[in-house]
Write a protein that binds this ligand. Structure first.
Ligand code: VTB
Ligand code: MG
Ligand code: MG
Length: 325
């Protein structure tokens, strides 16, 4: 195999990843708006798995569809790739935002991140408290332990605007009732999203385009690791804390090597070293267009990036060999 220009993973893998999320996105997109989350998820999982198994890697899924007994495919611990090549850890969500896809609402994605073996946080499928901003802010601008008002004021000050010119993205869940009240009390705006907090975090990296400055709140831990992997490549800051609020969850986390249940994870503790990340839009979104089915071709829109070079590429592909899909 060719040597990379810089240290870390073989950069050829960057483009290989695009095919993986493209396939999953196209499969899921065929079931957009059908009201059947399970079916859309299943076809995305199948497509992602068969494409992943063609990659020249010795990969292990570390963030996947669940434990082996509840997820027959792309389960945590599943080995993927052709079994030759670099040993890598893989975090994936073949359809992030199954409900969004089923309702054909914005921002569902097919997502994957690859890192050198041992570089991703092996997070159990529990909730994670998260806070994130995009690039350009001084280090320490956000603090997961500070009240929402302090974080919003700090971000506004660093951006040189008033707090009421800041927009926070928050998952629309009853558990966020107090947080939503606190944020609104500052005068800041909220973009409430139904699902899809990987997209929510990524949207903080381009506030001019998305209108979102900061992501706050509790979502899935697997999605937290995926979002951290993305931010490592674009720049930004993120912190996360697993919500290990029962003995059973603490024990599950301990099995995965987590000894301090209250630990705050910085972005680069969730995704270390060289990280590759790709996401393809399934439904239209603020940053990525959804899959387009034209008469003679299928069009996909993918963002693919690599942390060691901080390169962010957008790839719009026209797939004309429709038999393949
Ligand atoms: C979020 C959201 C995901 O899970 O992480 C959420 O971004 C958290 O769980 O799209 P709840 O739905 O239980 O709040 C998803 O909705 C699904 O993966
Ligand atoms: Mg999923
Ligand atoms: Mg998900």
């Amino acid at each position: 195999m060719l040597k990379s220009a810089s240290a870390g993973l073989d950069r050829i893998l960057t483009l290989e990843l695009v095919r993986v999320t493209e396939r999953a996105a196209v499969a899921a997109a065929r079931l957009r708006g059908r009201g059947d989350e399970k079916a859309a998820d299943q076809v995305a999982v199948d497509a992602m798995r068969s494409e992943l198994n063609r990659l020249p890697i010795k990969g292990t899924v570390v963030i996947g569809e669940g434990e082996r007994d509840e997820a027959p495919m792309l389960y945590i611990g599943e080995e993927v790739g052709i079994g030759e090549g670099p040993e890598v850890d893989i975090a994936l969500d073949p359809l992030e935002g199954t409900t969004i896809c089923a309702k054909n609402l914005p921002n569902s994605l097919a997502v994957i991140a690859i890192a050198e073996k041992g570089s991703l946080l092996y997070a159990p499928d529990v909730y994670m408290d998260k806070i994130a901003v995009g690039p350009g802010y001084p280090a320490g601008v956000i603090d997961i332990d500070a009240p929402a008002i302090a974080n919003l004021e700090s971000v506004a000050k660093a951006k040189g605007v008033k707090v009421n010119e800041i927009t926070a993205c928050i998952l629309d869940r009853p558990r966020h009732a107090r947080l939503i009240e606190e944020v609104r009390a500052t005068g800041a705006a909220i973009r409430l999203i139904g699902d899809g907090d990987v997209a929510g975090v990524i949207h903080t990296t381009d506030p001019d385009e998305t209108g979102i400055d900061i992501y706050i709140g509790i979502g899935g831990a697997p999605e937290g690791v995926l979002a951290a992997a993305a931010l490592r490549c674009i720049g930004g800051q993120m912190q996360g804390r697993l919500q290990l609020n029962t003995d059973e969850k603490v024990a599950r986390a301990a099995k995965m090597g987590i000894s301090d249940p209250n630990k705050v994870y910085q972005m680069d503790e969730m995704a270390r070293g060289d990280v590759l990340f790709a996401a393809t839009g399934v439904t239209d979104g603020n940053l990525l267009a959804g899959v387009k089915f034209a008469r003679d071709y299928i069009q996909t829109h993918t963002i693919v990036m690599r942390s060691s070079s901080l390169t962010v590429r957008e790839i719009k592909a026209k797939h004309q060999d429709l038999e393949k899909f």
